[in-house]
Design a protein around this ligand. Structure first.
Ligand SMILES: [Zn+2]
Length: 247
């Protein structure tokens, strides 16, 4: 049940989602893996939207070069664990929100425990090894996963429903993009993960409240350089080793 404060706070979106929709958000648990550029945007918007419980996983520490795009952090956070700072910021947005923060790598052992307790999973990662592991666990536990990736002025996003839509393995790049590292970082304009992270938050709100048309079987490609957005149809691979045997 929403209290009077919540009815007032979320008045503008209750007009779209109904009180029941807002209650669904309040009762939802969203796992966000990665608290970088995408994670900063998606966590901020989900906290403002009134999602009741957020789980944040990130093993990195805030660095100066993060501060063109990772909008949860500021200069005084440099050297602190991102997951912990992210949780402090989320609490400032809405003190009643439940947050669980894990300053650790996303590996199989941990993923097995954490994915199954989420209602919706957000891939805010920056590398395909971890993404494909997250995808595999979401398929295993039947959890919806909202994937996004960014580089430069470009981004892509799709929403995966195991057994219904292509999984990430079905559409993985044949030549995997390299992992961004300290010596050779991927270039990125700060707003790119901001836009894609906001789109991920919109998809999460739609999934939780059963509203609108999520990106099922569609990959939205965002090109902020030429300011063109287009979605392409994507298909399941019936021989996919991850999702091919489930329906
Ligand atoms: Zn698949």
């Amino acid at each position: 049940m929403l209290d009077e404060y919540e009815i007032s706070r979320y008045d503008r979106q209750i007009r779209l989602l109904g009180v029941e929709g807002q209650e669904k958000l309040k009762n939802a648990t969203v796992l966000v893996v990665g608290a970088g550029g995408l994670g900063s945007a998606v966590l901020t918007y989900l906290a403002y939207a009134g999602v009741g419980r957020l789980i944040v996983v990130d093993r990195e520490y805030v660095e100066l070069s993060n501060l063109n795009r990772q909008i949860l952090y500021k200069d005084s956070d440099i050297g602190k664990p991102k997951a912990m700072v992210a949780c402090e910021k989320i609490k400032e947005i809405y003190p009643k929100i439940q947050v669980e923060c894990y300053n650790r790598a996303f590996d199989r052992e941990f993923g097995e425990k954490i994915v199954k307790i989420a209602d919706v999973v957000v891939d805010a990662l920056d590398n395909w090894d971890d993404r494909l592991l997250l995808n595999e666990l979401c398929v295993k536990y039947g959890k919806p996963m909202i994937h996004a990736g960014v580089e430069g002025w470009y981004g892509q996003i799709t929403t995966i429903i195991p057994g219904k839509t292509p999984c990430l393995y079905c559409i993985r790049p044949l030549r995997q993009t390299r992992r961004s590292d300290v010596r050779n970082p991927l270039p990125v304009i700060g707003v790119t993960p901001g836009v894609l992270g906001a789109l991920q938050a919109a998809e999460a709100i739609k999934l939780i409240t059963n509203t609108g048309h999520p990106l099922y079987g569609r990959l939205l490609i965002v090109d902020l350089y030429s300011m063109e957005f287009r979605s392409i149809e994507i298909k399941r691979n019936p021989r996919c080793p991850v999702c091919g045997s489930i329906s």
